[in-house]
Design a protein around this ligand. Structure first.
Ligand SMILES: NC(=O)C1=CN([C@@H]2O[C@H](COP(=O)(O)OP(=O)(O)OC[C@H]3O[C@@H](n4cnc5c(N)ncnc54)[C@H](O)[C@@H]3O)[C@@H](O)[C@H]2O)C=CC1
Ligand SMILES: O=C(CO)COP(=O)(O)O
Length: 344
């Protein structure tokens, strides 16, 4: 292995991570499509962004795993189990693998209408759990925070969280990524960080819907605040400490994605809000919107776990029951109000 760092996934976030890494080290960027990697190597540009020459692209999964002892992964959650299985023969306990994926994988990949059993409270796997079960990698981390890729690629100031149970993972990520105007904060709450990053996407969709309908800043702030409450009570139901939800990977990312037009989750919600036509919004969306699948999975969970989560309910009803946004907003007003902060 040499000292190049591997990045798997050459989309928006993988490219942004590569550019940040290239400030401190050489990078091998994996693109599945050979034509894409050849074009990156020939033009030193990708998706309209000029790339540092320290980034070399590659299309051989075995080779990138053999050449890089530290790998970052940024691909959609629905492809993650397949990728983990494909990488498995090439990974060893010597590797450090850090993912930046904000979504879940179902334990039973065929069954979205899962059951909750007393022994398996959360019927989904986080990406670190997928890596643990599908590969022999031990030192796993998650990079998560308010990291809108367009802003990172424009080299605007940002920060993020590296979460891992292993100090070496945290220190390695900090050494590789810390630089002027980009800093990594540390967290030992790996699962909480992963869950926070996935759940905030649902709230970003809700906020987009409210803004697409011009329902005002008051309602937007209710949705974001109560959305955070729902993230926390889901965490509580899983015995996850609130820490992960209250830092940059929780409330920080929630603010970024629930207020930025460059967030794909927010802008998907915004399109629905503008047209009140979910079929059209789904049809027109070309971008990855992680929050759609997460809403379906988590709605099923909160129903079975008997948690009251009006914001998630609202998003579910609009997307999956084709309810109009203004009607779905009623979920927020359907309950008798009790203590404002009822979750600490
Ligand atoms: N774009 C952003 O601002 C941020 C995205 N994320 C998260 O990163 C993940 C990826 O998002 P984006 O990069 O934005 O998505 P994207 O849609 O821009 O890119 C995904 C890339 O993954 C590749 N890919 C898909 N399946 C693959 C496989 N099996 N093997 C290898 N490559 C594969 C695709 O070809 C594509 O290049 C998501 O979970 C997202 O929530 C996290 C932070 C910021
Ligand atoms: O998670 C993100 C920024 O931190 C990216 O959000 P979107 O996937 O909504 O674009």
């Amino acid at each position: 292995m040499n000292n190049q760092i591997g990045v798997i996934g050459s989309g928006n976030f993988g490219t942004a991570i590569s550019v940040l890494l290239a400030h401190n080290t050489g990078v091998l960027l994996y693109a599945r499509n050979k034509q894409v990697s050849e074009t990156i190597n020939r033009t030193h540009s990708h998706m309209g962004w000029t790339l540092p020459t320290r980034i070399k692209a590659i299309s051989d999964l075995e080779e990138i795993c053999q050449r890089c002892s530290v790998l970052f992964i940024a691909i959609p959650s629905f492809e993650f189990p397949n990728l983990a299985r494909a990488m498995s023969p090439f990974l060893t306990p010597q590797h450090i693998v850090i993912h930046g994926v904000k979504g879940f994988a179902l334990r039973d990949e065929q069954n979205r209408n899962y059951q909750i059993t007393p022994h398996e409270g959360f019927p989904v796997r986080t990406m670190s759990e997928v890596l643990k079960s599908e590969t022999n990698v031990i030192r796993i981390g998650c990079l998560s925070g308010p990291n809108l890729s367009k802003e990172l690629l424009k080299r605007l100031p940002a920060a993020s969280v590296i979460a891992s149970a292993y100090d070496e993972v945290i220190v390695t990520a900090q050494n590789l990524l810390n630089q002027n105007k980009f800093k990594l904060y540390r967290s030992q709450h790996l699962k909480g960080t992963e869950i926070a990053g996935a759940l905030k996407n649902i709230v970003a969709i809700a906020s987009g819907m409210i803004n697409g309908q011009n329902l005002g800043k008051n309602l937007e702030s209710i949705v974001i605040t109560k959305g955070l409450r729902e993230m926390l009570i889901i965490g509580q139901s899983l015995d996850i400490a609130p820490d992960a939800f209250l830092g940059l990977a929780g409330i920080g990312d929630l603010i970024a994605t629930s207020t930025a037009k460059s967030s794909r989750n927010y802008s998907f919600g915004y399109t629905i809000g503008q047209s009140d036509n979910i079929a059209r919004a789904l049809d027109e969306t070309r971008d990855l919107v992680e929050g759609i699948g997460t809403t379906e999975i988590i709605f099923n969970y909160i129903r079975k776990a008997n948690l009251t989560c009006p914001v998630i309910h609202m998003v579910y009803d609009v997307i999956f029951n084709k309810m109009e946004v203004q009607t779905a907003v009623d979920h927020i007003y359907a309950h008798n109000t009790t203590f404002d902060v009822d979750f600490l």
